[in-house]
Design a binder for this molecule. Structure first.
Ligand SMILES: NC(=O)c1ccc[n+]([C@@H]2O[C@H](COP(=O)([O-])OP(=O)(O)OC[C@H]3O[C@@H](n4cnc5c(N)ncnc54)[C@H](O)[C@@H]3O)[C@@H](O)[C@H]2O)c1
Length: 269
């Protein structure tokens, strides 16, 4: 490890940090001594409220910036605003995500879950890369167990998360870390107790399939958000560049990189 897993004194940008898991990462980072957390989210009222609450406990350490990660102009403006105002950026957590495969919103979900994440990742690389004057850092990309297991009722969400996983793995390939001083981490969560997992009917690609998913969800273990955050923090502290982690069913986080590597090797050996 290169000290990239240390949190004390780090400045962090979290997309989708107004609520859900993103807000909990913000709090966990502050508890562990982060210097600053910039929360970027489309939900302005909730984002301001979350920032205010955190600033009550950690005065002046949290900034909220309204940002739509599906919009390139908004991403550009907000990323630059963080760099100019915080003047330090060590960690980018690409967490914003929606689950909506409905005819009206599937393209938006691809923009949020996939295009926005790519844009923030490439901006983070450009800003942090040591070979071009940056200080190195960490990019964390939030995938899902949906990237590992096909689900018939949410093919678009699953596809976007598979893209996140494979993009992150590909980006991290040698000599990426040696050249840039940046590590890329990916975490796949199983179903976790947040707004994303509630009221699924209407957010699947058709209602008939929606019934199926709701039935499946009712029978599986939805893990606590606290378990997901503990998994995230363990990964952040210990994960080497290119590693992929699985957090599900309230179990300890699992490094699944060897399993994925064996799968990839089966095609190349
Ligand atoms: N909850 C789960 O079961 C689960 C499982 C696997 C992966 N994930 C992933 O974890 C991440 C966080 O999800 P969550 O469970 O906390 O969901 P959530 O719905 O509770 O929170 C998502 C946050 O993203 C924000 N957001 C939505 N669209 C945005 C946009 N266009 N621009 C900026 N911000 C936007 C929302 O306002 C919200 O604050 C997502 O990427 C999700 O896909 C969640």
């Amino acid at each position: 490890m290169t000290g990239l897993g240390d949190i004390t004194g780090k400045a962090c940008l979290i997309t989708g940090g107004a609520s859900g898991l993103g807000a909990l990462y913000a709090e966990a980072f502050l508890q562990e001594g982060a210097k600053h957390v910039a929360i970027l989210d489309i939900a302005e009222a909730k984002g301001k409220e979350t920032a205010e609450q955190l600033n009550n406990t950690y005065p002046g350490k949290v900034t909220f910036i309204k940002c739509d990660v599906s919009d390139e102009d908004s991403i550009s403006k907000c990323f630059n605003q963080v760099v100019e105002t915080v003047k330090q950026l060590d960690v980018v957590i690409n967490n914003a995500g929606i689950l909506n495969d409905s005819p009206a919103l599937w393209r938006k979900s691809c923009d949020v879950n996939w295009q926005g994440l790519v844009s923030f990742s490439m901006r983070a690389v450009k800003h942090m890369r040591k070979d071009e004057g940056g200080a190195g850092g960490t990019i964390v990309n939030i995938a899902s167990i949906a990237a590992l297991i096909p689900v018939g009722s949410t093919p678009i969400y699953n596809g976007s998360k598979a893209a996140v996983l494979h993009f992150s793995q590909s980006l991290s390939q040698a000599p990426f870390e040696e050249t840039t001083g940046i590590r890329v981490l990916t975490i796949c969560f199983g179903p976790t107790d947040t707004a994303l997992m509630t009221e699924l009917t209407g957010r699947v690609y058709n209602e008939k399939m929606g019934e199926d998913l709701v039935g499946v969800i009712a029978e599986i273990t939805i893990q606590k958000a606290e378990s997901a955050v503990a998994a995230f923090m363990a990964m952040f502290k210990n994960g080497p560049n290119g590693s992929v982690w699985l957090s599900e069913k309230n179990r300890p986080v699992q490094d699944i990189t060897p399993k994925l590597q064996a799968f990839y090797n089966s095609f190349t050996n």
